[in-house]
Design a protein around this ligand. Sequence first.
Ligand code: TRP
Length: 454
Amino acid sequence: MSELKNNEERGSWGSRIGFILAAAGSAVGLGNVWKFPYLTGEYGGAVFIVTYIVLLVLVGFTIMLAELVLGRHSQQGPVGAYRAIKQKWAWVGAIGILASYLILTYYSVIGGWIIKYIVSALSGNFNTTDTEALGGIFTTFIGQPFEPLVYHAIFMIMTLGIVMGGIQGGIEKASKILMPALFIILIAVVIRAVTLPGAAAGLEYMLKPDWSKLNIKTIVAALVQVFFSLSLGMGVIITYGSYLGKGENLPLSAVQIPLLDSAAALLSAFAILPAVFALGYNPSAGPGLLFITLPGVFAKMPMGSFFGVLFFVFVLFAAVSSSISLLEAAVTYFVDEHKWERRKATIVLGLVAFLIGVPSSLANGTFGGVTFINGMNFFDSMSFFAENLLLPLSAFMLSIFIGWVWGIDKAVLEATNNGKVKFGFEKIWTFSIKYIAPIAIGFILLQNVITLFK
Ligand code: TRP
């Protein structure tokens, strides 16, 4: 009875499809549309894609299911979830929350850039395919001190607004409409991009692996991206899992969410990289890739400015459905653990995240020369700290926890709803959570710690 009451206060998902779409909504975001394509360009094309998919299957799926299991078992956010099983492990949950919160601070800066691009596309600013000119527009914009901050603020306010609405009212409702819309527009853009004259070289680049480009850096980048893209290692999926009913099929969800997520990542890469080649641009140009080449694609599309606006609007939705999950982890923590009111928690945490994001925004201009970790500016240091250190650390601890501390048999019972659900991958999963995942993640973590002291 007390459990029921607890659920009523916390809220829960209204339907299975609502949960899948919200989880996919968290997963599909700037990581797919913005980051995956530029990483693919930076790390040698097809080699990166193949490495990514291998790690996704081996490690991503494993950790995804582990988080769902832990969250639903305890019906609590990450800290409570660990504590419910082993008091001493609560800090691991806290690391995850800290990480997602830090990611939110600069995620919102990029989200702001997307809003700016909607405005620019609306005012017809992108009617050129000259990548030099488009590059100039982009770097000038992000280098300004003030304007990007305004957009950063707008993005954060949108995030707050939805999180304040709570689980069903806000997050679930929004995801149901926005996710399918994003897929449709992505497909339209891919069709235009791959039929541009000169796009073939880009397709080859994405499909034919050049194995000489495979090195440790590629593997590290790919695994970090698997976590980032699937919203793993940060308590978000634990949190979402905690709102799931005991009848839900977890193994199935742990397959469906990564499938949707990779589809979005691959579509985005196919929307961007062939166009990079067609427009004679440099694939390893980094974070600006989305903002510089896509406007060029729209300039070559019939009704391009219309599609341009539509595209950036849907990317914005994808980004917001991710940022709400980044904020939600911290909000759930303060609501559950410190009995804060949801409204208060949301406003305070959102405001502070905005402020911590300010130096990240300035790091692209005024503040760019100031370096922190290993010669990286504030923006890059934050992302290195959160994504390359905290995120693998929390996923590593999670796999140890599930595989060795809590007991794999109990985890399997939860995964199968006490044996009621078919779990075809049981053997693979238990092997992976005990051995493959911790070894692979531990290796990556070590690489990143070494980087720290270089
Ligand atoms: N997965 C999102 C993206 O690809 C970003 C994100 C949302 C995230 N929530 C997360 C990353 C939690 C890590 C952890 O854009």
